[in-house]
Every structure is written in C-alpha cells, then in structure tokens.
Design a protein around this ligand. Structure first.
Ligand SMILES: [Zn+2]
Length: 127
C-alpha cells in the first residue's frame, strides 16, 4: 500500500506546464464548463487557423471555438498548445484533405496497369 498521491488541484485557470514538453501553457475555462490549454502569447489571425481550432476570448475571460464562417478578416484567435507542442504529434488539422489523400491512395491501388509518369525529356533544341 503506497501513500496516496496528491491529485493536482483544479485552480481557477492560470498557467501550467505541459507534461510533454515542459513549456508553459495557459489553462483557460471554456464556455462548455471545461478547460482548454492554450499557447501563451500567441494570437494568430483566425482565418489562418483551421476552423475547429480557433479559440476566441469572451468578455468574461472564457474562451470558445470561433464558429463564424467565413471568419472576420481581422479577428484574432488563440490556439491550443498541443498544436504547437514539439513533443506531441500534430492532430489532423485538415480532415477533408486527409480523406482526399486516402481517397487518392485507394484510387492508385485500384489501378490495374499503373502507367509510370513519362521520363523527363530534354527540351528540344529550338535553335
Ligand atoms: Zn507541450
């Protein structure tokens, strides 16, 4: 029987260290009564971030996913630390591209006689 390990306390937000890389991350309450760990001091333009990963700050300090589409040109947002974490795999940021790649991969496999691309020819001498 070991000693009970003290559970990490749920503080009212603030910074914590990423368990993967050790860098600080902001712990922010969301509208859904949950927490999200955001990259500190990072406010990219919303339209440069995939739609499901844009967090915007509300007047009460909580954050929510920015659902406006198309996003306002000047709207800034925040991103989760896990997107910027060097020690975690990048999540699937563009699911439709991933499914398109899968679709294309299946298309390649289905081809009976895959023709290799023609070898690069030298430019004909125009002179
Ligand atoms: Zn990290």
């Amino acid at each position: 029987m070991g000693l009970l390990e003290e559970q990490p306390r749920r503080l009212g937000g603030g910074q914590s260290r990423c368990p993967y890389c050790g860098l600080p991350q902001d712990r922010v309450a969301t509208l859904e009564q949950d927490w999200v760990l955001l990259e500190p001091d990072m406010n990219p333009l919303a339209h440069t971030v995939p739609a499901e990963h844009r967090w915007i700050e509300l007047s009460d300090g909580r954050v929510t996913v920015y659902g406006v589409c198309p996003p306002d040109q000047f709207q800034r947002c925040r991103i989760e630390h896990r997107l910027a974490c060097p020690a975690q795999p990048l999540p699937d940021l563009w699911p439709w591209l991933t499914s398109l790649r899968g679709e294309n991969a299946r298309q390649v496999e289905r081809r009976d006689d895959p023709e290799p691309p023609p070898p690069p020819e030298e430019w004909p001498d125009a002179g």
